[in-house]
Design a protein around this ligand. Sequence first.
Ligand SMILES: O=C(O)CCC(=O)C(=O)O
Length: 285
Amino acid sequence: MMLSSEPLRTISAAEKAAYAADGAVILRGVLPMAWIERMRVAVERILADPGAASVEYTPEGKSGRYLGDFFVWMRDPDFRAFMAESPLPALAADMMGASHVTFFYDQLLVKEPETAEETPWHQDLPYWPLRGADILSFWVSFDAITQQAGTMAYVRGSHRAGTMYAPKAFGSNTGYAELFARMGLPPLPDMTEYLKSREVLTWDVEPGDVIVHHPLTLHYSPGNATKSVRRRALALRYLGDDAVYDARPGTFVENAKITAILPEPIAYRDGDRLGGANFPAVWPR
Ligand SMILES: O=C(O)CCC(=O)C(=O)O
């Protein structure tokens, strides 16, 4: 099924300026509904049969379900089409002013109704073997969601300090604490104190909207406290011209669950560009 690769509109100068200043912006109404409908069907397949690197963040016996799955595009044709053939590569190139765009990975983040598990405050870059200015995430919800259903929250402008903090594991059952300790990064500030002097950006999201966030922006989401609103979201990470491999310790290339699902070994040297079968070129088309 061929769907349009054209965004429904271009990104405005004001939206680009907001992204640069705030580290997060919502692009309203940029994706055609046909893509959303196609992906809703695809998400059900993954929920029924999650991948080898997936994590159930909701402990057994508790209500709801918070599922995370990674590199889903590698095993599902609709996720592959969404990252490569939807309007997203064009939006990534436009947002970063990039002549070439590489796809880094996708991450499915579903919070079913009555899921208590939050996504703790964190930045993305500490997890990733990357550095450079042209790295962004698109956060796409396939459902209309409010804060009660677990929409994202961002500390406005927090990317501009340039500080990387050690992440906290998303769930108590992930076993990643030791990996994160290897990063040797300072811990996050006490967020209750920190947030007293900061502004938090959060948006209700409609299908077709795309949130863009910077890899150093501190972000969080609450659980899904609704009784019946699903929150099926997908984060997609794109790299532009100046993003290169950073051989820092503790990133996800040291996570055997992730490297086991990649078709090629990670054999980059510090400063290399990513590419090949693991990280495909998606722009120009
Ligand atoms: O969907 C969520 O709750 C977390 C998303 C996130 O942390 C990300 O996209 O980087």
